[in-house]
Design a protein around this ligand. Structure first.
Ligand code: PGA
Ligand code: ZN
Length: 424
């Protein structure tokens, strides 16, 4: 039974307030959960509750969300026992009463939902990934490391948001991370030698002003080679251009570089050219969230060549994912806990995608914290790949560190996903 639940305002990696919830059971077990926060959010995401009081944190305070947990949610939950995660989450969903969790706030609800998953793991003395899904063997993910940041995540001239490396030719996660870090450090030297700035963006990747979006890929490929690896064979490239941010009256605008406009078809042609020129295995949000017709064209044209991940278009929402499956849109779903707002609905989204032959790409947000739930989530779901930033900044590498612990603990019960995870 739940003995106590409380919340507090803590900080995310951008220094903005977010919600931490803490649950104590009558057996004395206690655990916490913290919500992350996005910058390039999808329109259909569950919404955060922020105070809007300009005298605190420029309106971004979360004292109302915290108060909701400390009063209303606490009254509803104290003394209750729940058979499973879904029945706990359902109480929060019903209490909130809105379709997008706007009243209590997805930031409050998710923090409580994570705390509940964790406190049950503590109570049963099992790791969180086993609490989420019990299996005999688990798959360790390929870390897709976001080594160059642009778009809304950096003050530079790159239109596209994320340029990632996927070190897939490795015997295990530990070696995969080593390969990725070696490329990350080589890339820093390379950028510096070329006279570029080596400060990092929101997700810990470098944020240089380059001569073109293409140069970002070319310098990454050069770094892979200089670090002693073969592009494509050992380490491939993944992209999240986050093109919903580029959408401008029916066109895509290169809003940070040359202001050029592209139609949906021209964007698909651009991706087709890139995929044939560079060792790209995954393209997320290659088109925007409201461009379903464009997505259909892109899927028909490129869906057999590359993993096409829907982030803003699906928002980790089972009913939208179902529509995407029915209409043949993409072949993979980005999974972000706070887009839907509870642990059980996230697991439901993953199950729906996987049952229909879609991949799941587990993801952090650009505003993160020390909460490492997504590391356990990617293992629990056997999703095979995760994006959780570059090779630096503790809110990013804390997830890698948790995965290193999990891999060691699993021993022979773990298998590394490798290149297979990107295959269709
Ligand atoms: P966000 O970006 O967390 O700022 O929304 C991540 C993404 O677009 O994948
Ligand atoms: Zn994205």
């Amino acid at each position: 039974n739940i003995k106590n639940i409380m919340a507090r305002e803590v900080l995310d990696s951008r220094g903005n307030p977010t919600v931490e919830a803490e649950i104590t059971l009558e057996d004395g077990s206690t655990a916490r959960g913290i919500s992350p926060s996005g910058a390039s959010t999808g329109e259909k995401e569950a919404v955060e509750l922020r105070d809007g009081d300009q005298s605190r944190y420029q309106g971004k305070g979360v004292e109302k969300a915290v108060a909701g947990i400390n009063q209303e949610v606490k009254r509803a939950l104290i003394g209750s026992a729940f058979a499973d995660q879904a029945s706990f989450d359902q109480v929060l969903i019903d209490l909130d009463g809105t379709p997008n969790k706007a009243r209590l706030g997805a930031n409050a609800i998710l923090a409580a939902s994570i705390a509940f998953a964790r406190v049950n793991a503590v109570s049963k003395k099992i790791p969180l990934y086993r609490q989420l899904i019990e299996r005999d063997t688990y798959v360790m993910p390929v870390p897709c490391m976001n080594v160059i940041n642009g778009g809304r995540h950096a003050d530079n001239n790159l239109d596209f948001q994320e340029f990632m490396i996927a070190p897939h030719h490795a015997p295990n996660f530990k070696e995969s991370i080593r390969m990725g870090e070696e490329v990350f450090h080589t890339l820093k030297k390379l950028l510096s030698n070329k006279g570029y700035y080596t400060g990092v963006g929101d997700e810990g990747g470098f944020a240089p002003n380059l001569s073109s979006n293409e140069e970002a890929i070319e310098v990454i490929l050069e770094a892979i080679q200089k670090a002693g690896y073969k592009p494509g064979e050992d380490i491939s490239v993944c992209l999240d251009p986050a093109t919903s941010e580029m959408w401008d009256n029916g066109h895509y605008k290169m809003y940070k570089s040359n202001q050029q406009r592209y139609s949906s078809e021209e964007m698909v042609d651009l991706w087709a050219k890139w995929i044939r020129t560079y060792p790209i295995v995954l393209l997320e949000d290659g088109l925007g969230e409201n461009d379903w017709n464009g997505w259909k064209i892109m899927t028909n044209q490129l869906g057999s060549e590359v993993e096409l991940v829907g982030d803003d278009i699906f928002c980790t929402n089972p009913s939208i994912i179902q529509e995407g499956i029915d209409r043949g849109i993409g072949n993979s779903v980005l999974i972000k806990l706070n887009q839907i707002g509870t642990v059980s609905e996230t697991l439901q989204a993953v199950a729906l995608a996987q049952q229909n032959g879609y991949h799941c790409f587990i993801s952090h947000r650009s505003g993160e914290t020390e909460d490492t739930t997504i590391a356990d989530l990617v293992v629990a779901t056997n999703a095979g790949h995760i994006k959780t930033g570059s090779g630096c900044r503790s809110e990013r590498v804390s997830k890698f560190n948790q995965l290193l612990r999990i891999e060691q603990e699993l021993g022979s019960k773990a298998r590394f996903a490798g290149i297979e995870t990107f295959k269709r």
